[in-house]
Design a protein around this ligand. Structure first.
Ligand SMILES: [Zn+2]
Length: 475
């Protein structure tokens, strides 16, 4: 399956994501080696090519997630009822330190497989559990073993950034493992506390020295604020490559600084809605003209696909627009955020954030990271009237039929190709066993089930006979 030199996706509805937001019906996409060779009608299949019938399907570029803590996928779903408070206690103070290199490997492996399955062909692994270089080697071993495109955003929440970025073994790791492979990018990942002494300065200098971008959780309620942005700006560390994650509780001053220096914001709407970093900021970002990409943050809470990110981002933006209009006794008659915009953020937006104009579109000559959404057995697959709306609101990961990364077929006919899911499962089970066993059952259960605050039920001025009688019985 992976030996095809050419792949022809025949007769699909193609979203080229070339900036025009056009829709090409009954169109072929030809991939040769690692590139998109042609997009057009009636293209001839080269000898020996894999021909995929894309009729009734949507062909689009692979999606790009610019912020995912892949190691945490080993604990999928555990934190469903968390806020940031429980998250910080778990990963920063207590149990994040229990992750061994093999646990990072297990989480990264499963996350990388999960991404491919959902048509997410590029993931920034915001890897802040790298307590030692052995952990970092394990992270990269996992990323290299799965045929997705990854950017290792190296981080270590257990040490100040100046300390771990200054360690000789860190430099040695960069020299050994970051070799310019097109499928493995590199960034530094750390947060800026806002301490006026700006202790993160040496870490920014390391990034500058290495010539790599910095990604940082900015505008996280209770954790990072305008002070961090101001310090970065005053010291000249805000660049076009900087990715600000969340940026959800910042004032206009910070947005002005981000816009003026050309960086982008990674919006994690599902995360911001549950965890409490601030309201998903697309409404504010729009007003400042800042480029956007999408991310899903961590599978410890949320789903690892960008369909849900697109859907929830549209919902949050529109919900806020209606709510603020209603507060002024006004009516929103036209939504500001459109379906084609979130599809663009999930593809071209991510590529722009990563400085990769060869990704995120189906332009001829670009890298062949391609997704076919097609599910003939699904009643949700037709009629296909509004393809951008279909991707954002109708499609889901089970509809991802075929995925190519760098021209290689990694999923076909709804099945992952050459992926050992059984061994990924065994590894994650052994990580869960380790964490659960080390913490003890009681701490494990309490971590998963935070206390629910008491709700005061308001007095109701209305009465209803049957209801009251039922209520009397209850009390
Ligand atoms: Zn995050």
């Amino acid at each position: 399956m992976n030996d095809y030199r050419a792949v022809l996706l025949r007769g699909g509805t193609v979203l080229p994501m070339d900036g025009s937001r056009s829709v090409l019906t009954d169109t072929d996409v030809l991939v040769i080696d690692d590139r998109v060779a042609a997009v057009g009608s009636g293209l001839a299949a080269p000898e020996g090519a894999l021909v995929v019938d894309a009729t009734d399907g949507i062909v689009m570029p692979g999606m790009i997630d610019t912020h995912r803590h892949m190691w945490q996928t080993a604990m999928r779903g555990y934190g469903a009822d968390w806020t940031l408070t429980q998250y910080f206690v778990w990963y920063y103070l207590d149990h994040g330190t229990l992750f061994r290199p093999e646990d990072i490997h297990a989480g990264n492996t499963l996350a990388a497989i999960e991404a491919l399955d959902a048509g997410v062909t590029t993931v920034v692994d915001w890897s802040h559990g790298l307590r030692t270089v052995d952990h970092a080697d394990a992270a990269v071993d996992a990323l290299e073993a799965i045929p997705g495109r990854h950017v290792l955003a190296y981080g270590n929440i257990q040490q100040p950034p100046a300390q771990w970025t200054g360690a000789p073994e860190f430099r040695d790791f960069v020299n050994r493992r970051i070799t310019g492979d097109d499928l493995l990018g590199f960034q530094l990942a750390f947060d800026v506390t806002g301490d006026p002494a700006f202790p993160e300065k040496p870490a920014f200098e390391v990034a500058r020295d290495l010539g790599v971008p910095v990604t940082t959780h900015a505008g996280v309620w209770g954790a990072t604020s305008d002070d961090g942005i101001r310090l970065m700006h005053e010291h000249g560390f805000m660049t076009e490559q900087t990715i600000y994650v969340h940026a959800a509780s910042l004032t206009a001053d910070s947005y002005h600084r981000i816009a003026a220096t050309g960086g982008s914001i990674s919006v994690s709407t599902e995360s911001e809605q549950s965890a409490g970093q601030g309201y998903p900021p697309t409404w504010a970002i729009r007003a400042h003209g800042i480029p956007v990409s999408l991310s899903m943050d961590t599978s410890v809470w949320w789903s690892g696909d960008l369909f849900s990110a697109m859907r929830t981002t549209l919902g949050a933006d529109r919900s806020r627009e209606h709510l603020s209009a209603h507060a002024q006794d006004e009516t929103v008659t036209h939504c500001s955020l459109r379906a084609d915009q979130v599809v663009e953020w999930a593809t071209r937006g991510g590529a722009a954030a990563l400085g990769r104009p060869d990704l995120g579109s189906l332009a001829t000559g670009g890298k062949a990271d391609v997704v076919l959404i097609k599910n003939d057995d699904s009643p949700v697959s037709f009629p296909l009237l509004n393809p951008y709306g279909h991707v954002a609101f109708q499609a889901q990961r089970g509809d991802v039929h075929t995925v190519l990364v760098n021209g290689r077929v990694v999923k076909h006919n709804h099945k992952l190709v050459d992926i050992d899911l059984k061994s990924a499962r065994r590894a994650v089970e052994s990580t869960v066993e380790h964490l659960r066993g080390t913490m003890g059952e009681d701490a494990w259960q309490r971590g998963m089930n935070p206390d629910v605050p008491e709700t005061k039920v308001l007095d109701n001025p209305y009465t209803y006979t049957d209801y009251r009688s039922a209520a009397t019985h209850r009390h």
